[in-house]
Design a protein around this ligand. Structure first.
Ligand code: DOR
Length: 443
């Protein structure tokens, strides 16, 4: 007699290494134990997902959840509610909080705050500074550490490593892939006068294409010199795509839904609500980032969820902070692109599950395969819905996509065999746990 499953997901179309096809998934103790025709088998809980697609859990490898220090914008609980409502099963959170996540205590503090309060699984980046370089090799192996994040251009918060000697030392300290915000700080300082008061459309003129390209070239040179793997976050220019493509042996890259969906044509409509670092640019850049999605240059999608309150965003440019919500809208926005034929569902899975698994060597997540965590993003590819501010769980309660009609919607979020969201309702307890990494902490 075969043991009953704890959970059986039945009659879905699953997307995995075998292609896209009908299969059932059996789960015991939070792990996938069998995939196939399991229609005669017993289970504690059975979920019939006829007509739906079962994807490996979507991993958002770039979010800012603001806790500690800026909980009026977001906290770990609210950010994680937004994640699971949007079909996201795990997040990597950024170190530009207050205090900054730049020592082991700050990282341990985030994990203890997350435990029992976050609905999705989590890892936290450790921020590199010129002062903490010696700590980095240990820091990247701490429990719950997503590895090292380096800001080469300043954005929200005080993290900055821009001097070549400091960047070189960071890259020479440790082994895991380093995630980098790549905008050339000296050029940003030089060009500050280009900003026009009250006109956020001058934001991409200030933080121009050259600022991103110069920094990415300098970074790649230093990565080669130190033989260190680097992940370039939120690619905003088409010009960087061939540069990245020429260095894929060492360099990986992220694209964001906003750089793939919005363009300079939206500044008039959205004002400061589209203001982001690096900026949303004209359609020629958007088209070439899409080409990087098609040809494989881009490895992952991250939302760069960076919430600010309406009050903060309503200040006149440039007092308005850069950032927009995004963790909850990543899946529906990208499924809409799938339905419009801009990428396949398999490529979406490659970007949001296999990609993070591969480039960050995540242990046990990112595939629907035996032995992996039972993390699933269950989607209705045919659902026609409107994205509205009222659906947003994130504290600021706004999205740049308010009023947008999309085809494709997350219907369920399952994390380690537990149903956490179903049909726009958050269920159960906040039982998120640290993500484990083969090159870091495995637990
Ligand atoms: O626009 C941005 N906002 N870009 C970043 O890199 C940081 C983020 C934030 O934390 O607000």
């Amino acid at each position: 007699m075969t043991a009953p499953f704890d959970l059986l997901i039945q009659n879905g179309t699953i997307v995995n290494q075998d292609g896209t096809g009908k299969a059932d998934i059996g789960v015991i103790k939070g792990n996938i134990v069998e995939i196939g025709d399991l229609s005669t088998r017993d289970a504690g809980e059975t979920i019939d997902v006829t007509g739906l697609h079962v994807l490996p859990g979507v991993i958002d490898s770039q979010v800012h959840f603001r806790e500690p220090g800026m909980e009026h914008k977001e906290d770990l609980a609210s950010g994680s509610r937004a994640a699971v409502m949007g079909g996201v099963t795990a997040v990597f959170e950024m170190p530009n909080t207050k205090p900054l996540t730049t020592d082991a205590n700050a990282l341990a503090d985030k994990i203890s705050r997350a435990t029992g309060r976050m609905f999705c699984d989590f890892a936290f980046y450790f921020g590199a500074t010129a002062e903490n370089v010696d700590q980095l090799p240990d820091a990247e192996r701490l429990p719950g550490s997503a590895g090292i994040k380096m800001f080469m251009g300043s954005s929200t918060g005080d993290l900055l490593v821009d001097q070549t000697e400091h960047v070189r030392r960071v890259l020479a300290s440790g082994r895991r892939r380093v995630a980098v915000h790549s905008e050339e700080e000296s050029r940003l300082i030089e060009r500050m006068g280009i900003r026009r008061a009250g006109d956020p459309s001058s934001h991409p003129e200030w933080r121009d294409v050259e600022a991103a390209v110069l920094c990415t070239k300098r970074l790649i040179g230093l990565a080669r010199e130190t033989n260190r793997r680097v992940h370039v976050l939120h690619i905003s220019t088409g010009d960087e795509i061939p540069i990245l493509a020429a260095n894929k042996d060492l360099i990986t890259a992220e694209a964001t839904p906003h750089h793939l969906t919005l363009s300079s044509d939206d500044y008039e409509r959205l004002g400061t609500y589209i203001q982001m670092n690096p900026p949303v640019r004209d359609t020629s850049h958007r088209d070439r980032i899409w080409a990087g999605i098609s040809d494989g240059t881009i490895d992952v999608l991250g939302s760069d969820h960076a919430p600010h309150t309406r009050e903060e965003k309503d200040q006149p440019y440039p007092e308005s902070p850069s950032g927009m919500t995004g963790v909850q809208t990543l899946v529906p926005i990208m499924l809409d692109h799938v339905n419009a034929g801009r990428l396949s569902l398999e490529r979406f899975v490659d970007l949001t599950s296999h990609g993070p698994n591969r480039i960050f060597s995540i242990a046990g997540k990112g595939r629907i395969a035996n032995g992996y965590d039972a993390d699933f993003t269950i989607v209705d590819l045919k659902a026609k819905r409107e994205i509205t501010d009222s659906w947003i769980e994130s504290k600021p309660g706004w999205t740049p996509y308010n009023g947008k009609h999309v085809t494709g919607w997350p219907r369920g979020t399952i994390i380690r065999g537990r149903r956490v969201m179903w049909d726009d309702e958050i269920l159960g307890e906040a039982a998120g746990a640290p993500v484990r990494f083969q090159e870091g902490w495995v637990g």
